[in-house]
Design a protein around this ligand. Structure first.
Ligand SMILES: NC(=O)c1ccc[n+]([C@@H]2O[C@H](COP(=O)([O-])OP(=O)(O)OC[C@H]3O[C@@H](n4cnc5c(N)ncnc54)[C@H](OP(=O)(O)O)[C@@H]3O)[C@@H](O)[C@H]2O)c1
Length: 348
């Protein structure tokens, strides 16, 4: 029996998630939540660029809960604790890409509410994505060949010009003046879920951290940028670096770094790796690189099309985890708790 799934929103990530749910014989799309009023009532297939599916998008949460799906695949721009509590206590599991790994950055009170909702509904809550999410799993798996681990770092290094989510990008500091006194606090707030991923990795490695700190830096646009979804003035932030570090006795043991830039006109002109690099200092030292390229039959007419691959790799860690999340014991779950998550159902 396929797992019955409701897709929550059809934005950049949600569109690819919905298409994957429809494509996977182990999953069945039974509903679709629409946040935007203009999407309400429209066919979910039509919203994501595939033939009609006979499933209409709705903003009626009660109606979606009444469908009694096994899982909500949750990909709104901003996660809502109230919304997640409502879903979980109705007995519906959640697999999320919306800034959720352990819930630590939402605060203790929110985590307690989510755990309580899971207990009441006997449901589980899991969050992933490409990074944080799969990149952390890749690092943990890479560490599995070492008999000594001194430190692990994960670097995401990409040009995110085509990531058309203006509010998300503003929330991490894009477009601000570099001398804005709140800039580094903004970057820290906006990337706080990487601190959760540090915790998750430490937990999986059995390491007790003394503290978690965030260091950040910015690069500025050397000319006015019009990205379509937002403008960045010359001299304003068009590149962001953040390093979330888990420390033991003053030494950084886990370091999750991001380096994001928008386009070519940047000072300093940071190099990007166009992918993910795991580096383990230990015995042996390990370097694992994850790079993606389009399949031969990929109809990429533009760089924007190519960016769809970025959305696929963000959506699929959550979609592929749905069966495991549905079978997991109630509570907040991480990769530490789930069995091996693969691309089951996608090989034909
Ligand atoms: N871990 C990772 O690797 C990773 C990478 C990228 C993104 N993400 C996260 O994944 C989630 C989805 O990203 P995305 O790029 O798909 O986001 P998005 O396209 O900007 O927004 C997703 C959807 O959220 C709804 N929405 C719009 N404005 C909203 C608001 N003010 N409050 C609540 N909902 C709103 C809309 O739903 P409708 O479609 O129903 O109108 C929109 O399509 C985000 O939380 C993002 O941070 C994670």
């Amino acid at each position: 029996m396929p797992y019955r799934v409701v897709q929550w929103t059809t934005g950049n990530v949600g569109r690819r998630a919905l298409r994957a749910i429809v494509d996977n014989p182990n999953l069945e799309l039974v509903g679709c939540y629409a946040w935007s009023p203009e999407k309400v009532g429209r066919d979910a297939g039509e919203l994501v660029g595939i033939p009609k599916l006979g499933v209409s998008a709705t903003d009626d949460v009660d109606a979606l809960l009444a469908l009694r799906p096994d899982c909500v695949n949750y990909s709104p721009m901003w996660p809502s604790v109230d919304e997640m509590v409502r879903i979980l206590q109705a007995g519906i599991n959640i697999s999320s890409t919306a800034a959720f790994i352990t819930g630590r950055s939402l605060g203790e009170a929110a985590c307690a509410r989510l755990e309580e909702a899971c207990r009441r509904g006997q449901s589980s809550l899991f969050g992933s994505g490409m990074n944080p999410g799969f990149a952390n799993l890749l690092a943990l798996v890479s560490a599995g060949i070492c008999d000594r681990i001194d430190s692990i770092s994960v670097l995401e290094s990409v040009d995110s010009t085509q990531y058309a989510s203006a509010d998300t990008e503003r929330s991490v500091g894009y477009g601000r003046r570099p001398d804005d006194s709140d800039l580094h606090a903004t970057i820290e707030r906006g990337s706080a879920v990487f601190g959760d991923a540090v915790c998750m990795m430490a937990d999986a490695l059995g390491v007790e951290l003394d503290d978690i700190v965030c260091h950040s830096g910015v690069a500025v646009a050397t000319q006015d940028l019009d990205l379509g979804y937002m403008r960045i003035d010359e001299g304003c932030v068009a590149g962001i670096e953040a390093s979330w570090q888990g420390r033991v006795q003053g030494r950084t043991r886990i370091d999750l770094q991001v380096r994001w830039r928008k386009g070519k006109h940047l000072k300093p002109d940071w190099p990007v790796e166009h992918g993910y690099v795991v580096r383990i200092e230990g015995r042996p030292c390990v370097e694992t690189r994850l790079q993606i390229r389009p399949p031969r039959d990929f109809d990429a007419k533009s760089f924007e099309d190519f960016m769809q691959l970025g959305m696929i790799i963000t959506a699929l860690p959550a979609v592929n985890a749905i069966p495991a999340v549905c079978e997991a014991p109630a509570g907040i779950r991480t990769y530490r708790d789930l069995p091996l998550v693969t691309g089951r159902g996608f090989m034909r």
